[in-house]
Design a protein around this ligand. Structure first.
Ligand code: DP6
Length: 340
């Protein structure tokens, strides 16, 4: 039986020991980079995000007495190694809380536009956390789901909430830390235009990249101390729906994070020539008054431009015409995690 048919079959019924959930990716407007506690996976800085449509993951978890270990199907293919370990680790926490000893069959599907330039780990761990808790008979609790997802990947904690969400910096040992909702998806009609600048996986993933930065970058402490004030501007600007306040703080958060990573030893260089060209396009659109738009990027070469919905065609066309940009993708504010 294909994994996909299993997902569709379960939609018809509310089976015991089965949980299904849908979650969306998010983009950080104030960036998380660096941990205050590696063993609890707690962020060293506050981060603020926007949950995005149409970047979806759907996950089904079934706990079965017949299984000898957890099994993970990722987009119809069996997953082993690190991916399975991270899923098992999450399941172990759920089993402990629920008092269950049953292993899980996990079936997860990413419904991302092909090579969208956005990572699926946030939506993936958020959907897995919600589906696993449901399968184990635990009642839905947004903060517990967020804390569980955060333990696997901190950015996943924010995808529990629709629209704008904040994950505070963690005090070492506080394993209950969860994201908080800031404003729902209906709050502000903004768009993210993703300028995809390269194919394939990034060279150094976020988890390794931020650890390497913390250990070797002379700018790490400066990044950690500058971040709360940048998050304050991003938060206040979101609540006031003021792009002229959110945008500059968002750009500074991105560039400060990358400056800190560039100064690591050896330096982490996520930029491609097209990344800089796309940044230049965003600034030119702004300086010539054609669109109020600001840029951010994650641990990869793609540029994500934040603008009002009314400027989205201008921004998308200008980025698509930028040398080295392969394609653009438009995302809108999306809903939080849903049990299916
Ligand atoms: C640059 O959440 O992927 O996207 O907690 O180690 O899994 P782990 O890291 P992850 O880091 C995301 C980093 C970022 C910025 C952000 O999303 O805030």
């Amino acid at each position: 039986m294909s994994g996909h048919r299993e997902i569709e079959g379960a939609a018809m019924t509310d089976l015991p020991n089965v949980g299904r959930a849908r979650a969306r990716a998010n983009i950080a407007l104030a960036k998380y980079w660096g941990k205050s506690d590696v063993s609890c996976n707690l962020p060293a800085v506050p981060s603020i995000s926007l949950t995005l449509d149409p970047l979806l993951t759907e996950t089904r978890v079934e706990l079965l007495a017949s299984l000898k270990r957890d099994e993970l199907m990722l987009n119809g293919e069996p997953a082993l190694g690190g991916e399975l370990l991270r899923a098992t680790d999450l399941l172990d926490r759920v089993r402990r809380e629920a008092g269950s000893s049953l292993y899980a069959r996990i079936d997860t599907q990413n419904h991302f536009p092909t090579a969208s330039g956005l990572a699926s780990s946030a939506s993936g761990f958020c959907a897995l956390a919600a589906a696993a808790r449901k399968a184990a008979g635990l009642p839905f609790d947004a903060r517990k789901t967020s804390a569980l997802a955060r333990r696997s990947s901190a950015s996943a904690a924010r995808s529990v909430f629709g629209g704008f969400a904040e994950l505070p910096a963690g005090v070492p040992g506080d394993d209950a830390l969860s994201a908080e909702p800031l404003a729902p998806e209906s709050h502000w009609n903004v768009r993210i235009v993703v300028a995809v600048t390269a194919e394939g996986r990034k060279a150094v993933g976020s988890t390794d990249g931020m650890t390497h930065t913390k250990v070797t970058s002379p700018y790490y402490d400066a990044w950690v101390s500058a971040s709360p004030a940048l998050a304050d501007h991003v938060r206040a600007g979101i609540l006031e729906r003021d792009l002229a306040r959110v945008g500059p703080a968002m750009e500074q958060s991105t560039l400060a994070m990358h400056a800190c990573a560039l100064a690591a030893d050896p330096g982490l260089l996520y930029f491609q020539p097209a990344t800089l060209a796309a940044f230049a396009t965003v600034r030119e659109l702004r300086q010539t008054g054609r669109a109020q738009v600001y840029a951010t990027m994650d641990a990869g070469p793609h540029v994500k431009a934040l603008c009002l919905a009314e400027h989205v065609s201008t921004v998308s066309a200008a980025l698509a015409a930028t040398p080295g940009v392969l394609r653009t993708l438009i995302a809108s504010p999306g809903a939080g995690v849903e049990l299916l």
